[in-house]
Ligand binder design. Structure first.
Ligand SMILES: [Fe+2]
Length: 233
């Protein structure tokens, strides 16, 4: 018997070799921004996320120049691996923000609907011991092997042999200094930080558009923002 699998989800990661040199300055910058951010807007059991608190443009902040350069470089490598012709597209960081997760805080399931690629960088991760530092979980919403829709859902759940052909999610343990990238439309969450330590990360939303010269050729590629016209109402 042979079972062939196809259509894999491509999750890219790289452990950045010069991460230790930049760790402390990034920790200081993030905690400072958290302090200066807007009044808390989400529930206390949710991690503090800069995108909800007016701290969503760290890509323009010189304190983050090193990691921004890393994101740009590795996004290009990721896209080349996916077979994208980089001469036809421009890449933008649309939004970027810090995340501070304290004890028993998590991030609920979501997609980055306004972006194309999402990147996460782990500045500081609690040491893995008895307690979970909070994992990045990707959900298998496509469920291509669920032959009867709903078979594996909570209300039915008659799949009694969990294996890689019916897995509903994959969980990634955070690693300090790791940059991870995935399609922004992939639904994901971060499980609870069960440790007593801080867990600090950065999130980047990246967008692809056509270049100015390629703009008139591709129907399904967003034209470059330089060609947009704002309403003059
Ligand atoms: Fe996210």
């Amino acid at each position: 018997m042979t079972i062939e699998t196809c259509f894999p989800l491509a999750i890219y990661y790289e452990d950045l070799s010069d991460a230790p040199q930049h760790q402390q300055s990034l920790i200081d910058a993030v905690l400072e921004l958290e302090q200066a951010g807007a009044e808390r807007r989400n529930y206390p059991e949710m991690a503090w996320t800069g995108d909800l608190h007016g701290v969503e443009q760290i890509h323009t902040n010189p304190q983050f120049a090193w990691i921004v350069a890393q994101v740009e470089r590795h996004t290009a490598i990721y896209l080349l691996e996916l077979g994208v012709d980089l001469t036809k597209v421009d890449l933008y960081i649309q939004r970027a923000w810090p995340i501070v997760s304290r004890t028993e805080q998590e991030i609920g399931a979501h997609c980055h609907n306004t972006a194309h690629i999402s990147a996460v960088y782990y500045i500081k991760v609690p040491a893995e011991g008895t307690y979970d530092p909070g994992r990045l979980v990707f959900f298998n919403d496509a469920r291509v092997n669920e032959v009867s829709p709903g078979l594996g859902s909570e209300n039915t759940d008659i799949v009694d042999a969990d294996n890689y052909l019916n897995q509903l999610y994959s969980a990634h343990i955070p690693v300090e200094g790791r940059l991870i990238m995935f399609p922004a439309k992939q639904r994901h969450a971060v499980t609870m930080n069960e440790t007593e330590e801080l867990r600090l990360s950065l999130s980047f939303d990246i967008v692809l558009t056509a270049t100015a010269t390629a703009a008139g050729e591709y129907e399904f590629l967003t034209p470059p923002p330089s060609q947009w016209q704002k309403f003059r109402l």
